[in-house]
Design a protein around this ligand. Structure first.
Ligand code: MN3
Length: 222
C-alpha cells in the first residue's frame, strides 16, 4: 500500500514525510489466530520483524529515486534493472502482503465455482493442485516461495521462485499474477516444525483462504 505524500502549507516540512513510502497493511487476524498450523510466536516475529524489515529496507533503497513514484507492481515489472536491495525488498514486501491475506482462521473456505472449474481443468482436482503446490514448496532448495499464478493467457500455473523473487518480476521463469503464495523460508516455520517443511506445508491447507484466492482470481481474469 502506498501513502500519498501530504504537504501542509508550510506547517510541516517536506522532510517529515520523506520516509515511509510503502507500509505494512495491518495483519487481518491475531498472531495466535492460525495456531495449529502457524504458531503465534512465529506469526508475530514474521510480521513484526521479517516483513517489517522488507518494507523499511525497500523505503530506504528507493528514497530519492524515481521509484518512489511507482507502484510496487510497476517496480517488480522492471526489477532486472534495479539493485539487489530493491529486488529483495520490493519482492519481500509484495510477497508478505499477499501471504497474510491468503491465510485465514475461517474454517473450510472453498474455491468459487469459477476458480474450482479452472482448477479442475488445469490440474484435475483441488487435491491434485494442493499436491503440486506442496511439492513446489518442498522442492524449492533453500529459501523461496511456491505460487499459484494466472498467466497472461488466463490459465492457472504452479511455479516456485528463490529468495524474495516472484512471478510479477521480469526475471521470473514463469510469469503471471500470483493469487496464492506459500512462504517456504525457514523463518516461516522453523520454531514449530524445525526441519520438517513438508509438515508445515501440509498444515497450511487448514488455514488457506480460498475466499481471498477466489477473489484475486476473479480480479485477474476480468
Ligand atoms: Mn517470510
Amino acid at each position: 500500500m502506498k501513502i500519498k505524500k501530504i504537504f501542509l502549507a508550510g506547517a510541516i516540512s517536506a522532510a517529515t514525510f520523506a520516509a515511509a513510502q510503502f507500509r505494512q497493511t495491518p495483519l487481518p487476524y491475531a498472531y495466535n489466530a492460525l495456531e495449529g498450523s502457524v504458531d503465534a510466536q512465529t506469526m508475530e516475529i514474521h510480521y513484526t520483524k521479517h516483513a517489517a524489515a522488507y518494507v523499511a529496507n525497500l523505503n530506504k533503497a528507493i528514497a530519492g529515486t524515481p521509484l518512489e513514484k511507482e507502484s510496487l507492481e510497476k517496480i517488480l515489472s522492471h526489477i532486472s534493472k534495479e539493485s539487489p536491495a530493491v529486488r529483495n525488498n520490493a519482492g519481500g514486501h509484495y510477497n508478505h502482503e499477499l501471504f497474510w491475506t491468503v491465510l485465514t482462521p475461517e474454517k473450510n473456505t472453498q474455491p468459487s465455482p469459477g476458480l474450482a472449474k479452472a482448477i479442475n481443468d488445469s490440474f484435475g482436482s483441488l487435491d491434485a493442485l494442493k499436491e503440486k503446490l506442496s511439492k513446489a514448496g518442498a522442492d524449492r532448495f533453500g529459501s523461496g516461495w511456491a505460487w499459484l499464478v494466472v498467466t497472461a493467457d488466463k490459465k492457472l500455473a504452479v511455479t516456485s521462485t528463490a529468495n524474495q523473487d516472484n512471478p510479477l518480476m521480469d526475471i521470473a521463469e514463469v510469469k503471471g499474477t500470483p493469487i496464492f503464495g506459500i512462504d517456504v523460508w525457514e523463518h516461516a516455520y522453523y520454531l514449530k516444525y524445525q526441519n520438517k517443511r513438508a509438515d508445515y506445508l501440509a498444515a497450511l491447507w487448514n488455514v488457506t483462504n480460498w475466499k481471498e484466492i477466489s477473489r484475486r482470481y476473479g480480479e485477474t481474469i476480468k
